[in-house]
Design a protein. Sequence first.
Length: 274
Amino acid sequence: MKVEPLHPDVVMFVGDEYESVATAFFDGDDALLVDALAGEADARRLRQVLCEELGKTVRAVVSTHRMSDHMAGLALFPQALGIAHRHHRHTFLSQNRRVDAYYREPKLVFDAAMSLRWGRHELHLLHNPGKTLDHLSVDVPSADLVCAGDNIVGRIVYLSKADPAQIRAAIGRIAQLGRGTVIGGHIGRFPAAALGQALHYLDRLQDTVVGIRGEAVPERAERRIRAIAIEDCLAPGVTPTAFEREWHGHNLDVIVAQSVFALDATLAAGEARA
């Protein structure tokens, strides 16, 4: 597991499983976690570093969204205050790879926004639905960072069952915060430019799929969609990581299986006829 101090009182953890990210904020010997990693081995290592090596006690865990690949550590901190958006169950029940053993009922839920002081930082928890209905952005102005959850996946996005327009809007809201560092739900931290790069990927992917759907019969369209190269969708100068390449492949499967962008293709055809 990768352990990276971002500030004297902020540490980022990137687990081996799904490269899932957790971020710890310190107030003396007390720690607040944003997300809790994807696998049990990663979660145990997280606890070892925080509690045994650094001598911290985890008092609160904020979930950017309640999917199992960000919840493995919840059971290891049973006394911690769990914080999530009110629609957390919708997300947990709708995911593709649900692990019921990771589920813990949050002790504090909210709707639109809340703020809490943790040491020298004030964390602003902002409801920002995109990848999931319950998604939060955790804005930390004093650390010049924002935890974006899975509204980005590195310099791309993962569509899953989401409305691409909602993902696009969510990324736009994160960009408006103006933070220099963006911590994703996977891979790690990125400069703010990653937000624009993720939007570029989404727009190019949509344009490519809409073009294919407008030109080809469905059987041929599916083959062409599955053959879209990630390099044809990335922003200039971006070289894909292995994780981004893998999840681009999942996007292509989702687009075919769920007819993603089919409505956009229909609307584009109507505008062309008009």
